[in-house]
Design a protein around this ligand. Sequence first.
Ligand SMILES: NC(=O)c1ccc[n+]([C@@H]2O[C@H](COP(=O)([O-])OP(=O)(O)OC[C@H]3O[C@@H](n4cnc5c(N)ncnc54)[C@H](O)[C@@H]3O)[C@@H](O)[C@H]2O)c1
Length: 265
Amino acid sequence: MPQRVQDKVALVMGAGSIGPGWGNGKAAAVLYAREGAQVFAVDIQESAAQETQRLITAERGECTAFQADVSQAADVEACVASCVGQFGRVDILHNNVGLFATGDVADVTEAEWDRLFAVNVKGMYLTSKACLPHMVQQGRGAIVNISAIAAMRHVGYSCISYAASKAAVNQLTRSIAVDYAQRGIRANTILPGLMHTPLVEHSLGEEYAGDVQKMIEQRRQIIPMKRFGDAWDVATAALFLASDEARYITGAELVVDGGVTCRVA
Ligand SMILES: NC(=O)c1ccc[n+]([C@@H]2O[C@H](COP(=O)([O-])OP(=O)(O)OC[C@H]3O[C@@H](n4cnc5c(N)ncnc54)[C@H](O)[C@@H]3O)[C@@H](O)[C@H]2O)c1
């Protein structure tokens, strides 16, 4: 039975995980490999990319690990050149990298604002810029950008630089979708809600004095499904958007949040 991304080359940016367990990027990379793709796993932390490579090759999948910072043009160009040099093409660009920060306008420093936009927005611009010429030449390609529900709602605590950067990701993706629609390229966004990943424990746990369970219990109450999602919920959504099953879907925003954005309060 053919797999859902059989023989495609998937370039996953931020394919590692910030801590032990399954992050969104790591799960997506593993799932693409399970569904037949050759994976090029990129992370700023070489060891994190190598861990994903180890997981994939242990399942007899094909994966190359590469160290790069998505906010640096030279790194991104070297990474895409290496991916195309090794696998001959790039069919799926999965942009998972996204830094999180709390704070309202008064709290956030200019340097913090610039850092979040450099990584979260410029990073996706740079990876798209490097991959699109190859996709145009191939006459096909799919871009999956990971945003967040904070792009469209206040999520109950201030994270102004993160929210604004993710809103920019949404419009960057819509614009690419329109600009490249006639050249066989699709671009879509996933907006995860409250997901139980290492990133959340790392970023929000400190607000609850490290009591992650207390944080999860309190925040779980506002989710209509009464549970957090996990990295696999994001990965399976990405697999669908990257696959040919989504061939008529471009410029879409797929919310993966257990219904939380449907609530008034
Ligand atoms: N976990 C959630 O609840 C949640 C909710 C909404 C959106 N998201 C989005 O999901 C994405 C991340 O999810 P995750 O669980 O994989 O997080 P993660 O932090 O575990 O993994 C991200 C990986 O990106 C790497 N990275 C960081 N900066 C980089 C850079 N400049 N260049 C290359 N790699 C870099 C990290 O080393 C890490 O391995 C982000 O875009 C985030 O905004 C997460």
